[in-house]
Design a protein around this ligand. Structure first.
Ligand SMILES: Cc1cc2nc3c(=O)[nH]c(=O)nc-3n(C[C@H](O)[C@H](O)[C@H](O)COP(=O)(O)OP(=O)(O)OC[C@H]3O[C@@H](n4cnc5c(N)ncnc54)[C@H](O)[C@@H]3O)c2cc1C
Length: 473
């Protein structure tokens, strides 16, 4: 018997790959999935009505790279191809991404031509950043913050107005703390190995690429050919975990909702006991943990305090989401993906997504305001109410987008400790966690957004990699 801990996308994907690799049928292995709440899908939650969809967690998925194509393979396999809504290159949501600086919305360049022109709030065309990189001497380092790296190589304006808001948009974090390896590992290696990013990049063009191969499904090939920017699922992203959940149930995975695991006891290298909140115990030969690292830390604390310490050191931030629906015939916004606010602007909001432009099946104007993240407590304290967050969000919408209408519907949610922060040293910490598990022969694999990447694609790929590694052991 094996058990998956957690029924978010990481746990569901682990079940999918265990079935796909015939791990259960070949070994006559009974598979359990234990989820603490009454819902499988974790942070993926959609509120659907006939007029609008409010996404409370993720809303779009990137199709690019091996991890993006892998997700599309899985979508096709699950019969989701017809439900995919791509945003293609010509679409305003693909071209128009903005930042809010000095009380004005500025479009970020989306074409090569734009790089040669001066665009506010930048004082020079972005191409000048390349010259700075070529002149700048190398600084030998093992790791660095993404902000420091970009400031050193390309200048302070790029760090403040391009990278810092991007980090807010991706992980609601502070670019001054997030490791450069989170998004720019290759660029950092170019600097460290070749003296500048551009020199490393030029040399890489002439090297034969020996990246991992992936057999592509029809859907993945279509996404490549049509150059999809991002995509979502018609009717809401929640359809994805719902279909995965059904797939696991149909294939005899024993899924227990409302089953919070309170403690893990390792007996030997192939026996582990899971103690549930209701006093029941489940004994299995292997555990695939997809719960957040801070939650796993508590479960292993008694027997393995050193492992618990490393797990507990991965920081998480809290984000508030305010979804707003305005029942208007004419859109209240110009077509775009939305805008982000750089932290130096010291705004109460992180950014706004224009859902009625990005997601299908929306009537009127639908917006999502994101607040908090790394600065949640600093800005709002510990006891902020949902009502107050709604007031803050609507005030900002009025002041930035000049929307005076009252929303016809809204939803406010405080997502406590929802996004892990890959701060400097993150990848070394994850190696330390996996080394400890291996050296102590613990029958557990760690999967999910705490370790191998924070996006939907990364979590699915993390499940695939961990399951396949266990299969070859
Ligand atoms: C606001 C927000 C916006 C996002 N936007 C995007 C986006 O646009 N695109 C994108 O690619 N990614 C996005 N992401 C990231 C994406 O949502 C995550 O990568 C993914 O959902 C994480 O899945 P997971 O399974 O690792 O973790 P989780 O979703 O956290 O699932 C963990 C599960 O474990 C359960 N659990 C916890 N403790 C226990 C226990 N003791 N016993 C049993 N069960 C337990 C939880 O209830 C939960 O169901 C966003 C995330 C957030 C929060």
């Amino acid at each position: 018997m094996a058990a998956i801990l957690g029924g978010g996308l990481g746990g569901l994907s682990t079940g999918y790959y265990l079935l796909k690799n015939n791990v259960t049928s070949n070994n006559n292995l009974k598979l359990f999935l234990l989820e603490a709440t009454n819902y499988c899908g974790g942070w993926i939650k959609s509120i659907r009505t006939k007029d609008y969809i409010f996404e409370q967690g993720p809303r779009t998925i990137r199709p690019k790279g091996i991890v993006g194509l892998n997700t599309l393979n899985m979508m096709q396999d699950l019969g989701l191809s017809e439900h995919i809504a791509p945003i293609k290159p010509g679409h305003p949501a693909a071209k128009n991404r903005m930042i809010y600086v000095n009380n004005t919305l500025h479009l970020l360049p989306s074409s090569l031509k734009g790089v040669f022109q001066r665009n506010d709030p930048f004082s020079k065309p972005l191409i000048y950043a390349v010259f700075k990189d070529l002149k700048q001497p190398i600084k030998e380092m093992k790791d660095d913050s993404i902000y420091n790296f970009v400031e050193r190589r390309f200048g302070k304006e790029i760090a403040d107005y391009a990278i810092s808001p991007m980090i807010c948009g991706i992980c609601a974090g502070d670019a001054k703390e997030i490791t450069v390896k989170f998004l720019m590992k290759t660029l950092f290696e170019y600097e460290q190995n070749h003296g500048s990013v551009m020199k490393g990049f030029m040399k890489s063009i002439f090297k034969t690429k020996n990246g991992q191969e992936l057999e592509l499904s029809e859907l993945a090939r279509k996404a490549q050919e049509e150059k999809w920017n991002v995509y979502t699922i018609k009717g809401g992203l929640e359809t994805f975990p719902t279909i995965l959940h059904e797939h696991l149930k149909e294939n005899n995975v024993n899924i227990s909702l409302n089953s919070k695991v309170e403690e893990i006891e390792f007996i030997d290298s192939s026996t582990v006991k899971l103690k549930k909140g209701n006093g029941e115990t489940l004994s299995v030969s292997h555990v695939y943990s997809s719960i957040p690292s801070h939650a796993l830390a508590k479960l292993v604390q008694k027997q393995h305090p050193e492992l618990a310490k490393s797990l507990g050191e991965i920081p998480f931030v809290t984000v508030a989401i305010v979804n707003l629906y305005f029942a208007t015939d004419k859109p209240l916004i110009s077509p775009a993906f939305g805008f982000l606010v750089p932290p130096i602007e010291n705004s109460p909001i992180l950014g706004v997504v224009f859902d009625s432009c990005c997601l299908p099946d929306q009537k009127g104007t639908v917006l999502t305001v994101m607040l908090g993240g790394k600065w949640f407590e600093e800005k709002f304290g510990k006891d902020i109410t949902e009502k107050r967050l709604l007031e803050i969000a609507t005030k900002e919408i009025d002041s930035i987008l000049n929307i005076k209408d009252k929303p016809a519907a809204h939803n406010v949610n405080i997502l406590n400790k929802c996004i892990p922060q890959y701060v400097i040293g993150h990848y070394e910490r994850v190696d330390k966690i996996r080394d400890y598990i291996q050296n102590n022969n613990l029958p557990i694999s760690v999967i999910g957004s705490s370790y191998d990447g924070i996006g939907v694609n990364d979590v699915i790929y993390s499940a695939k990699t961990q399951v396949e590694e266990d299969c070859v052991k």
